[in-house]
Design a protein around this ligand. Structure first.
Ligand code: BGC
Length: 245
């Protein structure tokens, strides 16, 4: 099946047509800068532009860096506060003229990793963490998603884990790989003590440099890098939208 997947991020909004059976892009990937401020109406207009660019008249799967309950965005950690309580799915349907399924960005990335990447054929409890501007989390029990977990906001040493273990924190605070790897380890060890997963999958752009920081990770749980990298959000959103067809 061919579905348009769109990934709304803090700096860019990306879209591509996805073959949901193979998990591959079958069009070019279009990226448009996220409007600033990133208010729902302005972002939805860009999603409408991407849909029009592909002359799309079918379901769309779309991600957002927020908790999504029945189409309504409930949080806004790294996007404009106006998303809280917005009927985001309704807005996107209206701007694109298409049926839309909206889900949390990390949940979408997890869906793609479980189907086509590092989580394929893995049962038990799998925790996928994306380390980027924020920390996204998705949990799968025997392949089934438990959505909207927001485990990136656990408090470590009195601070939101995002202030210590994101790639943004690494860059802004100038941490060495060792300093940052130890912070990521502390976060994962804490999470492990709470949920005892069978596998950690680490995603986000920084995961392609996993050899630099995995040596400092001391948790007991098996840990592997994600495989779909920056395709994960778009592919996972498209797979989620197959429910609408
Ligand atoms: C948000 C999550 C999101 C993650 C990754 C966090 O700040 O609270 O909803 O999945 O960032 O974008």
């Amino acid at each position: 099946m061919e579905i348009l997947g769109i990934d709304i991020g803090g700096s860019g909004i990306k879209g591509a047509i996805v073959d949901t059976v193979r998990g591959e892009f079958i069009s070019e990937r279009l990226r448009i800068e996220t409007p600033q401020p990133s208010k729902p109406a302005a972002v939805a207009a860009v999603v409408g532009e991407i849909s029009a660019h592909f002359k799309w008249e079918a379901p769309i799967g779309c991600t957002v860096p927020a908790v999504v309950k029945r189409g309504v965005t409930k949080t806004a950690a790294n996007i404009d506060g106006a998303w809280i309580g917005a009927d985001a799915e309704g807005l996107l349907k209206c701007k694109t003229g298409n049926p839309v399924i909206l889900l949390n960005d990390a949940d979408a990335a997890g869906v793609a990793e479980m189907k086509f990447g590092a989580g394929r054929d893995r049962d038990g409890l799998v925790a996928i963490l994306t380390l980027g501007t924020g920390i996204g989390s998705s949990l799968f029990m025997d392949g089934r998603l438990i959505p909207n977990t927001e485990l990136g906001h656990l408090i470590i040493r009195g601070k939101d884990a995002e202030e210590r273990a994101t790639d943004r924190a690494r860059q802004e605070k100038g941490y060495s790989w060792k300093q940052w790897g130890k912070r990521v380890s502390e976060y994962l060890e804490y999470l492990e003590s709470l949920i005892t997963p069978d596998l950690f999958i680490i995603g986000g752009g920084v995961s392609k440099r996993y050899q630099k920081f995995f040596p400092y990770i001391k948790c007991k749980t098996e840990i592997v890098p994600a495989q779909l990298r920056n395709r994960a959000g778009i592919v996972g959103a498209a797979v989620a939208a197959t429910e609408l067809t």
